[in-house]
Design a protein around this ligand. Structure first.
Ligand code: 6PG
Length: 250
């Protein structure tokens, strides 16, 4: 099922998303003692993390010590680079809260071969979830962003990772337009999550939002269409602007 939540301004979107995160975490920890969440990269999460650390109900009542943090993808840069997603999450989230480092699972970027990094992260997931061979972990919640070109995570238009087979969890790719390697969770793994949340703001994303949600099915051109399952889209008004009226339910 796909639910659209539309907000007049980003501030209201991130406030609602932060309260939702905290509630989901509390429920998961109450039900099973843990909450396994995948964070997206890029710049949108910065405001989300700011909301998580500044809203007292989130900061003070979320069971941070029982949450394990994973990443949807990574720019293959040093973790010291401000463009590295783990670096960003450390700055805006982890450094603001007493989250045990042992519960944070960054995608490694120190291997000379990015393919080795992808294999290492896959092994990390297998260990964390005590997986039987050829089984995929079930993340409680996956956060995803959307690029203006309709990519999500590092599932880039026309890239080979779009055809990952059902038991490949993590892949490496060369992003020619970005002149860098990327490591990404694959669509089969992302789709295995219990819940998925897209957070998208900004008028520059409106065409991609419309293409993904209302355009012709073309996953090679609009990779975010590969994502299925219980999905909630958090959209601000300008990102939702090109959607049909009947899609603008708040
Ligand atoms: C990344 C991402 C990517 C991001 C979108 C949106 O590493 O860049 O994970 O999928 O979520 O490109 O990026 P912005 O939030 O910066 O618009």
């Amino acid at each position: 099922m796909v639910v659209l939540k539309r907000f007049a301004a980003p501030e209201a979107l991130f406030h609602a998303a932060a309260l939702d995160f905290s509630q989901r975490a509390k429920q998961a920890v109450q039900d099973k003692g843990a909450f396994n969440v995948v964070l997206s990269g890029g710049s949108t999460p910065k405001a989300f993390f700011d909301a998580l650390t500044s809203i007292s109900a989130c900061r003070d009542q979320t069971p941070w010590e029982h949450i394990r943090f994973f990443f949807s993808d990574e720019r293959y840069l040093s973790q010291n680079s401000p463009d590295n997603n783990f670096n960003m999450a450390c700055k805006y989230l982890f450094s603001q809260l007493a989250i045990p480092a042992a519960h944070i699972y960054p995608i490694p970027t120190h291997y000379s071969d990015p393919v080795e990094a992808a294999a290492a992260y896959s092994a990390t997931l297998q260990h964390c979830f005590q997986l039987a061979p050829n089984t995929l972990p079930v993340f409680d919640l996956v956060y995803l962003g959307l690029g203006a070109d309709a990519h999500t995570a590092s599932l880039l238009p026309g890239s080979s990772v779009l055809q990952a087979d059902h038991n490949q969890m993590v892949a490496a790719l060369w992003a020619a337009d970005l002149n860098m390697h990327r490591i990404t969770l694959t669509a089969p793994l992302l789709n295995n999550a219990s819940d998925i949340v897209f957070m998208v703001t900004g008028a520059n994303k409106a065409p991609a939002v419309r293409s993904v949600l209302e355009g012709a099915t073309d996953t090679n051109r609009y990779p975010a269409q590969l994502i299925h399952g219980p999905i909630t889209w958090y959209l601000d008004a300008v990102a939702a602007e090109q959607l049909d009226d009947n899609d603008k339910s708040a």
